[in-house]
Design a protein around this ligand. Structure first.
Ligand code: ZN
Ligand code: ZN
Length: 662
């Protein structure tokens, strides 16, 4: 047989012309798909002279997506086996899993998922091969006449690259056949692929839940039923994922917010707008107070600005041009009418503010500025309002009204490098003080197609950000070309206690707003110069950071943040007075201490304190009273007895002052 020359994973090879990637990579079961000349392809794909072939592991992002999408196929096949006449929608991979939309004869219920799963296991066991078959529009429409949604997709298939979806959108229209043991097709689906070589390459999967979903995301279309599932390269990874989900569920800040009486979203106020209850108020105030102290130490100046402004301000800033969708619609105010009802003076548009920057620029501009005043660091806990779609709202981590710990730094070009460096150190250290310790940084660089400002300034700012990031000895991920058009940005990603990543702080250089607002300062030589502006939110928003910390600590806040730091629990009623005095002394010492004077028995009180995740249970019985002491019981159940009252107070005060966890 003729031979062809190939490059396989960087090595030049001569192979028989009928060899396919599935043969080449036969020894490694982890390789489930490949790239041929850069394009992701099935392992069954035919190769030609000169092709550059790269293996793709099941555990890589591409491999996982192909695994999950292939599992979606198997699910659709199983659904049609178990429930004949179910029509198919689409079935793409998503983060950590996949879904498939169906138009079923009867709505699926949880029992159905069990049946579908077991049909899927049979298909996986059979090891059905996914075979790619090129077809034409006419043939596909005939073959899929019983699948109205698929036919609609064929109809919207544009030229290559346009509206690319999982089903259609490649340069060819393709159908994938699943081949049974005898090599004949047992099931087919319109799809552009690629897929795993066969169903037996699906190591571990699980169906998660059903949900309603409009066909192609539009309310004008029929409502379909979506089944979500997940698939992993091994059973261990699937188990770990399910455990993580269960753990995340236990830590969900929306649930803890109710259980710990921290905050709520009253229907009467509207979605995405929270109220903080007294206990949540304490946590929030402790967070803010500490932040204020640290900002003062770093020479920030505190400013305040209103929640509402005339439209002109957001025209100057450009927000109305490119951010109007994210803003609440305007109010028309100050209109004056003539006695006959005609308009004497037209009304003015006022907007709720989605950002604080324009206000700070006006403060900067309120008088002439000299180089001596720079860097000028303006800080505000500024509450902003953004009109988020109700579908994306998520407790206090994604809300419509929230308070940014927002600062804008105005400095000279010469000061920029040093400023960015010290800023990043400040940001990371402050996050560490709140108990986050694992970070990586992401640097977003210039999009060459779309930017304002001088190339040299971009280069310098990007360089400064990169240097500052490198100096932190943290992992640095490049987001090449990902910057907003007005300047490069660094963002701090923090890992929480269960390994999830949250985007926290951003440090954003802005070459645009100083221009739009014509900001100036007089330089040493008397000339008027434009300052560099740096936007910087450290928590992002207080509410969001509150939510992140709630989940990070699973509601068991360290004492300095805990709403109640110590709760007095007498062993019996007779010790209530003694313990009441101890609690009074603690309160005098500045500790947030309470006495549980309820009629509950001691064990119930301990249980309640545990549910409220209070760091110190201060217990007193006969021996304690005789000795002028108390016993501590910690959240983990450990106990320490016979602590003299003064020592008990000192211990609590120490961990609060040092912001350590107990
Ligand atoms: Zn497919
Ligand atoms: Zn800003």
């Amino acid at each position: 047989m003729a031979q062809i020359s190939l490059t396989v994973d960087g090595t030049s090879l001569k192979l028989e012309a009928d060899q396919r990637p599935t043969h080449i990579f036969a020894d490694n079961k982890e390789i489930v798909v490949c790239r041929v000349n850069g394009v992701l392809k099935d392992l069954w794909t035919e190769l030609s002279e000169g092709d550059v072939v790269e293996s793709v592991l099941i555990s890589s992002p591409d491999g996982l997506a192909v695994l999950r999408h292939s599992t979606a196929h198997v699910m659709a096949q199983a659904v049609q086996e178990v429930y004949a006449n179910t029509r198919l929608g689409i079935g793409p991979p998503i983060k950590d899993g996949f879904y498939y939309d169906f138009d079923p004869v009867n709505t699926f219920n949880p029992d159905d998922l069990v049946k579908i799963e077991s049909a899927m296991r049979k298909i996986v066991k059979e090891g059905q091969r996914f075979r790619r078959r090129v077809t034409t529009e006419v043939e596909a429409l005939k073959e899929l006449a019983h699948e109205p949604y698929k036919c609609e997709l064929i109809g919207i298939k544009g030229p290559a690259g346009e509206e690319a979806s999982v089903e259609v959108g490649g340069s060819e229209l393709t159908i994938y056949d699943n081949l049974g043991r005898d090599g004949n097709p047992v099931w087919s689906d319109l799809c552009r692929g690629p897929h795993l070589p066969s169903t037996k390459h699906i190591p571990a999967f699980k169906l998660m839940r059903t949900a309603a979903a409009y066909w192609r995301g539009s309310e004008k279309n029929p409502m379909l039923q979506r089944i979500y599932g997940t698939a992993w390269p091994s059973q261990d990874e699937l188990n770990a994922y399910l455990e993580l989900l269960a753990e995340a569920e236990k830590r969900d800040h929306r649930r803890l917010g109710t259980e710990l009486d921290l905050f709520s979203f009253p229907e009467e106020i509207g979605s995405g707008l929270a109220v903080f209850h007294p206990k949540g108020g304490i946590v929030r105030r402790a967070m803010e107070d500490y932040s204020r102290i640290r900002h003062e130490e770093e020479n920030y100046e505190f400013v305040y600005s209103p929640h509402l402004t005339k439209a002109a301000l957001f025209e100057t800033s450009g927000h109305l041009q490119w951010y109007a969708d994210g803003m609440y619609p305007p109010m028309i105010l100050d209109e004056e009418l003539n006695p006959d009802g005609t308009v004497k003076k037209a009304g003015q548009q006022y907007y709720m503010k989605p950002m604080n920057c324009p206000f700070h620029n006006l403060i900067y501009k309120s008088r002439g500025r000299s180089y001596r005043e720079l860097p000028l660091r303006l800080f505000e806990f500024g509450t902003v309002y953004r009109y988020e779609k109700s579908g994306v709202l998520h407790g206090i981590t994604r809300a419509r009204g929230f308070t940014q710990d927002d600062a804008h730094i105005y400095c000279t070009k010469e000061q920029m490098v040093g400023e960015l460096d010290s800023l990043l150190t400040f940001v990371l250290n402050l996050l560490r003080d709140y108990g986050l310790n694992e970070f990586y940084l992401e640097l977003s660089t210039k999009n060459e197609e779309k930017f304002v400002g001088e190339d040299a300034d971009w280069a310098e700012a990007t360089d400064a950000l990169r240097k500052a990031a490198t100096a932190q000895n943290l992992e640095l991920v490049l987001d090449e070309g990902g910057a907003a058009f007005y300047g490069p940005k660094i963002s701090v990603q923090a890992k929480d206690a269960i390994g999830r990543t949250w985007q926290m702080s951003t440090i954003q250089v802005d070459f645009q707003l100083p221009q739009r607002f014509e900001l100036e300062y007089s330089a040493t030589d008397g000339t008027r110069q434009r300052p560099v502006m740096i936007h910087r939110a450290l928590f992002g928003s207080i509410e969001r950071f509150f939510g992140v910390l709630t989940e990070h600590y699973s509601g068991a806040f360290p004492p300095w943040l805990a709403p109640v730091q110590a709760i007095g629990i007498p062993v019996a009623d007779t010790f209530s007075d003694y313990l009441g005095d101890v609690i009074k002394r603690m309160r005098k010492a500045g500790i947030r201490a309470e006495l549980d004077a309820s009629d509950d028995r001691m064990q119930k009180k301990v249980r309640n304190a545990q549910l409220q995740k209070i760091p110190f249970m201060v217990i007193a019985g006969e021996e304690d009273q005789k000795a002028g002491a108390v016993s501590f019981r910690y959240r983990n159940g450990e106990q320490k007895n016979g602590i003299p009252i003064a020592d008990a107070i000192a211990e609590i005060k120490k961990v609060v002052a040092e912001r350590t966890q107990v």
